[in-house]
Design a binder for this molecule. Structure first.
Ligand code: SAM
Length: 242
């Protein structure tokens, strides 16, 4: 899958050279292209921002260099279709469902804002607006990295073990069950007996129950939307002691 990032700080994406995403790049499973709007400026200082009309604090990212960066990417990509996503705290909150949807695409273009924000007309250049959460970052780069990572790890061959992505938190609308590794006992706390039993059916039941318990305790909002079986409901009754 191709990832394109419009950013004033391409060097921040060097982080993608490491770990599993670095391997995925080397293996050609993902392809990351960064482009800076500064490349599409004509003045000596490579200016991409200006003061806001109407006054006020901070500088605003100008639409021209961003539009030209997007045009350049379109040309570079040839006939391949992309989806343009603008990073903004005013966008729809990013979730695993977005990552799943993006992982089906051939190409994803992430547009990072900076400074006090971007000219309103940049909104007209993108397909959707996404926020990492209800907080304000200095720029869209950290959000773009998070979105890229959440998406890329769902692509075939990136994790190495496809089951990990299927079992984990949010994959099926629930939080993941507790995980343990060696040692069997750590500072007085033992690994639950059932996980050492070798009884696969009992382990699966325990994990499902703990996943339901954890979701009920920490994110009851997720439980309301989850697709639960009759057995899940029975397990929930057991957890609630009803
Ligand atoms: C300082 S912020 C500007 C915030 C803007 N003044 C506002 O109130 O909406 C600069 C840039 O960081 C990025 N950014 C900040 N918070 C973000 C978030 N929660 N999710 C995604 N991008 C964010 C956006 O690209 C934004 O244009």
């Amino acid at each position: 899958m191709r990832f394109e990032i419009v950013t004033l700080f391409p060097e921040l994406f060097e982080a993608l050279e490491h770990g599993l995403l670095g391997k995925a790049r080397d293996a050609g499973r993902i392809d990351v292209h960064t482009i800076t709007p500064r490349r599409f400026t004509a003045d000596k200082h490579r200016t991409v921002d200006d003061a806001p009309y109407g006054g006020g604090s901070g500088m605003v990212l100008m639409p021209g260099p961003v539009a030209e960066a997007l045009d350049f990417l379109d040309e570079q990509r040839g006939g391949r279709i992309t989806r343009r996503v603008l990073l903004t705290p005013q966008g729809e909150r990013f979730t695993q469902a977005h990552a799943r949807r993006y992982a089906e695409l051939d190409s994803l273009t992430l547009v990072c804002g900076r400074y006090e924000g971007f000219d309103e007309r940049i909104r007209g250049l993108v397909d959707e607006e996404v926020s990492l959460g209800d907080f304000v970052l200095l720029g869209g780069e950290v959000a773009a990295l998070a979105i890229l990572e959440a998406t890329a790890r769902l692509l075939p061959g990136v994790l190495g073990n496809e089951q990990s992505a299927a079992d984990e938190s949010h994959a099926a609308g629930l939080l993941e069950y507790p995980q343990y590794t060696r040692p069997e006992e750590f500072r007085g706390e033992k690994v639950p007996e059932v996980l050492r039993s070798g009884n696969h059916a009992a382990i699966a039941r325990w994990r499902r129950k703990e996943s339901l318990r954890r979701t009920l305790e920490r994110r009851p909002d997720l439980l309301e939307a989850a697709d639960l079986t009759d057995e899940d409901r029975q397990l929930l009754d057991e957890i609630k002691g009803t």
